[in-house]
Ligand binder design. Structure first.
Ligand code: HDD
Length: 684
């Protein structure tokens, strides 16, 4: 019998052997078994390659077309599968089947994303994050395509291409990538005061989330719930992460871009792989037309929120993400969300931004996925049966039987399959009277652009306000056009004089005149829910602690810390100057990461377990000094033993509440030390 092909030696190879044993046969895309995947067909061993080589041609042809156009926005994203479980049924409000019974589970896939960067960009720039969920319900797919910020930059979809052109890399130079800190974005924003509310959110710590697992999600628009009797209510959807909302410090997020481009993608993947399934509550704010009419802003305006102090949140379910994708392309690149995917019981309001989206997403999938049959791609296909008279088209994979490709038909009367029929209980648009002239206008009720950004600003802690002021200062310092900086300042004066003054001072500019306001702002009560720090969850769950050791460290102390961190629900990660295993006091130990590649930026807190001899040595190693110095500057807990002191002293660490002994670290690591910030950074 001939020898099987050996890819190392290039010897052997016989189609008789193919398919033997458990290894599947490699074939062409048309099923022809392949005997040699290493060498193209040539005329003579050193001769020209032959056009006849259909195996080579097919392989290169396919490779040449492996990429599809990336999403025009939200190109970089990470997905996870899971389920939604209804915990508080709402049949009185909606007949949506996923909300019908307590304990009912519906499969979901979620895609988290950044907005501005390309598919290969980094995870931690300052940006809005996408939070898009596809519920595969038993009455069709419902896509809740939201963001981690509850408002949007513009009020009308017709402005979306301008907004996105302005924020993406500038058209002539092709930079900056994944950043809003440049002329064109701020030029646009300064001319569109309606964007200020979202700008303030994006410039706050919400724009640099710690993890997709620690991010809220919002449906943003007002939607409608419709019950079996056809009664409607307005609704806003909220995702609340069980781990609480947490963010990075700006300097930390910028540095993480160097340490780990995939910081959020890796975090999500590893959490799920380790069985720490991310969980979110789904909450609704339900209200009626009467309440809507009583508010000093319009509920159809997507630049406005309804504070939860005004309409409280009701939790109706939870989502658990418990499965990583098997294939990035098939389940992420090919995943297509459509805000127009609703199910009976959920309907749209007349938000003009939403209406534009109902067109845009369907349209874009044709250009991204190349065919109107993109719904047949496994990740997009409903999990419930679906049938209609739409036929053919590129990449059609269904093989419909019979002649019934039109409706109505009477083929059933002749004993043939007459195909599907619409049914009364199907999706029915909530009926509402509509009357009016055709107008290209913005309603008067959308005209107040300043009250809500002011409410947001007033709701923040002193540190959070400082972060907003310095983020705007930073971004405007990257803006080269002086008139744009001044125009932003003139807009900010309408939001809050103090904010405008702080930014002007940071830029060494004098305040320009206030921009004329389309409508004078009104005073709105601050809302605690808008601050991350006021709602901080002090938990080690989901948090990662870096433990630095070196030769001579006490092994028992490292082992003890590892198990304490695990017991508290955190993830320990050991770091040493060398990874392969070094001699500690009490035995040898391998490290998870090497010091130079594991800066403290990628951890929520750090521990330093060192002999004084090793600490003295590491005090002359910039990676080790930077490890503790940055942890301190990023307001993290630092646990250490006595031996580590020479290193801490060298790094200029001043003892405070967050600098603890090793035993206190697991508790200390649940917090960031905001009080420390004013001592190490100018918060003016
Ligand atoms: Fe959008 C993608 C969220 C307004 C047009 N959008 C996209 C994604 C998210 C959002 C999360 C990524 C989906 C995925 O992961 O595949 N977009 C929003 C939110 C908006 C919003 C929360 C306002 C409330 N979008 C918006 C408008 C338009 C679009 C007004 C156009 C008129 N969005 C698109 C798009 C994308 C998209 C170009 C790119 C890829 C895709 O749709 O599938 O059609």
């Amino acid at each position: 019998m001939a020898k099987p092909y050996d890819s190392m030696t290039g010897e052997g190879g016989d189609t008789q052997q193919i398919g033997r044993g458990d290894t599947p046969v490699m074939t062409t895309n048309h099923g022809t078994p392949i005997s040699d995947n290493q060498n193209s067909l040539k005329a003579g061993a050193r001769g020209p390659t032959l056009l006849e080589d259909f195996i080579l041609r097919e392989k290169i042809f396919h490779f040449d077309h492996e990429r599809i156009p990336e999403r025009i926005v939200h190109a970089r994203g990470s997905v996870a599968h899971g389920y939604f479980e209804c915990t508080d049924p709402i049949p009185d409000l909606s007949r949506a089947s996923l909300f019908s019974e307590q304990g009912k589970r519906t499969e979901v896939i979620v895609r988290f994303s950044t907005v501005a960067g390309g598919a290969g960009s980094v995870d931690t720039p300052r940006d809005v994050r996408g939070f898009a969920t596809k519920f595969y319900t038993d009455e069709g797919n419902w896509d809740l395509v939201g963001n981690n910020i509850p408002v949007f930059f513009i009020q009308d979809a017709i402005k979306f291409p301008d907004l996105i052109h302005s924020v993406k890399m500038e058209a002539d130079r092709g930079f900056p990538q994944a950043a809003s800190a440049h002329d064109t974005f701020w030029d646009f924003v300064s001319l569109m005061p309606e964007s200020l509310h979202t700008v303030l959110w994006a410039m706050s710590d919400r724009g640099i989330p710690r993890s997709y697992r620690m991010m809220e999600g919002f449906g943003i628009h007002t939607f409608k719930l419709v019950n079996a009797e056809g009664q409607e209510s307005f609704v806003k959807f909220h995702w609340r992460p069980r781990l609480g909302t947490q963010s990075l410090i700006w300097d930390e997020s910028a540095k993480i871009q160097g340490a780990d481009n995939d910081f959020h993608r890796r975090d999500l993947w590893e959490a799920i792989a380790n069985g720490d399934y991310p969980e979110y509550d789904l909450a609704i704010q339900v209200f009626d037309q009467e309440l809507a009419a009583s508010l000093p802003y319009d509920v159809l305006d997507p630049t406005k929120i309804i504070p939860e102090e005004v309409v409280p949140l009701r939790v109706i379910g939870r989502m658990v993400l418990d499965r990583n994708p098997d294939n990035h392309f098939a389940e992420n690149e090919q995943l297509a969300f459509l805000p127009s995917n609703v199910v009976p019981g959920i309907d749209f309001s007349d938000d003009p931004l939403l209406h534009g989206r109902l067109f845009s997403y369907l349209d874009t999938q044709k250009s991204r996925l190349g065919t109107t049959n993109f719904h047949q791609i496994p990740v997009n296909a409903p999990k419930c049966p679906y049938a209609n008279m739409m036929r053919d088209g590129m990449m059609q994979t269904h093989v419909p039987k019979g002649r019934a490709n039109y409706e109505p038909n009477s083929l059933a009367e002749a004993g043939e399959d007459g195909g599907p029929r619409p049914r009364q209980e199907g999706f029915r648009t909530a009926s509402q009277p509509v009357e009016g002239e055709k107008l290209r206008v913005r309603p008067e009720t959308f005209a107040d652009h300043y009250s809500q950004p002011r409410m947001f600003w007033k709701s923040q802690t002193a540190n959070e306000q400082a972060h907003i002021a310095s983020a705007i200062t930073f971004e405007l310092s990257k803006v080269a056009l002086q008139h744009v900086r001044l125009r932003v300042l003139s807009q900010l004066r309408n939001v809050d004089e103090e904010l405008a003054e702080r930014v002007a001072k940071g830029l060494a500019l004098s305040l320009p005149d206030r921009a004329p306001a389309a409508r004078d702002p009104v005073a709105l009560e601050p809302s605690e829910a808008l601050s991350i720090q006021k709602r901080w969850h002090a938990t080690l769950e989901g948090r990662k602690v870096g433990i630095l050791f070196a030769e001579g460290s006490e092994k028992a102390a490292v082992d003890r810390l590892i198990s304490q961190i695990r017991d508290a629900g955190g993830t320990p990660f050991t770091i040493a100057p060398k990874v392969g295993g070094i001699a500690l006091e009490g035995g040898k130990m391998e490290a998870d990461g090497q010091l130079a590649g594991s800066p403290s930026w990628i951890f929520d807190a750090v521990a330093v377990v060192l002999s004084s001899e090793a600490a003295g040595k590491l005090a002359h190693d910039s990676a080790a000094v930077g490890f503790v110095m940055d942890a301190f500057a990023h307001l993290k807990a630092i646990g250490h033993d006595d031996g580590a002191k020479p290193l801490l002293d060298r790094a200029g660490i001043k003892a405070d509440e967050g600098v603890t002994d090793l035993a206190s670290l697991p508790k200390a690591a649940t917090l960031r030390y905001w009080d420390r910030e004013k001592k190490i950074r100018d918060l003016a």
